[in-house]
Design a protein around this ligand. Sequence first.
Ligand code: ADP
Length: 160
Amino acid sequence: MTNIAVYPGSFDPITLGHIDIIQRISLIYDQTVVLISQSPNKPALFSAEERKALIEESLSGIKNVSVDVYQGLTVDYMRDINAKVIVRGLRAVVDFEYELTMANMNKMLAPDIETLLVFADPKYYFISSRGVKEVAQHSGSLQGLVPDLVAKALIKKMKR
Ligand code: ADP
């Protein structure tokens, strides 16, 4: 049986914190799917297709990771591909309540699917997509926050 982990999120855009989680998970599971959750309730700076391309380019070195876009419930996507583990990253205590609520909701919807919380690396625990967008908006340095190709895409977006 192939053990598949699904790492869902907005990834608007992907940061070095996300990449660190993906790299670590890819060493544990046979396959990791980075799932871009597309929600009309959550407007994004980058389109789902743009986010997918940025993630794919940022992860080009990792063979057992793929990227997908989904509009529905994560657990429904997981049933389709027979995945049993949802991975989420935990930065600080503020993430905890949100992640706990979501994990319990998913448990209710799909008791056979587990949520695995992975602690952020201390190097990256302060990085958020929202934070990097703010830095980019004010023309701050994106070094050490996102891959260069994402920094370029952010700068281009902000010029528009
Ligand atoms: P969402 O909008 O679903 O929270 P994000 O793209 O912001 O999506 O984050 C996806 C997941 O990655 C979440 O579990 C979040 O806590 C985690 N995450 C975000 N930034 C980091 C980081 N710097 N280090 C580790 N995990 C992170």
